[in-house]
Design a protein around this ligand. Structure first.
Ligand code: SF4
Ligand code: SF4
Length: 164
């Protein structure tokens, strides 16, 4: 049986390297003259959403104590199991946190702790610059949580679904 050879013509319009190169150069040149969108971080910083859920903050009372009453709700609800709480009790029977730690490295920033807190003590913060050189550095104790000053997260509000 004779073997036939089918000659397929090259679709020059579709496979031309010159055309593709010129197209690429045109696109590159267009970007050269477009407005630049690069942010020169950390000198420049973009504003972040008021709903940003970042590094926690512990709010304090007027006399400088943590607002936490050691109810235990936030460690119970935390899906990442990253809140450590040991409570104490004063002479009047008021509970307070002896140990309160959040491992920001394990935290998934779900916001449940803020939502569940009956005292509005623990909040997520509009803050993200918490890089550390060790894992231990991500464990924020009570003193460190109270020392945070960044704005707190405004959680999703069903009455204002778009956050306007
Ligand atoms: S934001 Fe979520 S994961 Fe993080 S500490 Fe709070 S409850 Fe736990
Ligand atoms: S939910 Fe609030 S009051 Fe209760 S243990 Fe957590 S931070 Fe403290």
């Amino acid at each position: 049986m004779a073997i036939g050879v089918k000659v397929v013509s090259r679709p020059i319009d579709e496979v031309s390297y010159v055309r593709a190169t010129l197209g690429g150069m045109k696109r590159t040149l267009r970007h050269v003259f477009e407005e630049k969108v690069t942010t020169q971080y950390p000198e420049e910083k973009e504003s972040i959403s008021k709903r940003w859920r970042g590094t926690h903050r512990m709010h304090t009372t007027e006399d400088g104590k943590a607002k936490c009453v050691g109810c235990g709700l936030c460690p119970s609800v935390c899906p990442a199991n990253c809140i450590k709480l040991v409570t104490g009790e004063d002479e009047q029977g008021n509970r307070y946190p002896l140990v309160f730690e959040i491992d920001e490295f394990r935290c998934i920033f779900c916001g449940y702790c803020q939502e569940v807190c009956p005292e509005e003590a623990i909040h997520l913060g509009r803050h993200y610059e918490n890089a550390e050189y060790s894992r231990e550095g991500f464990v924020y104790d009570l003193e460190r949580l109270m020392a945070q000053t960044h704005p707190v997260c405004e959680m999703w509000d069903p009455a204002d679904p778009k956050g306007e």
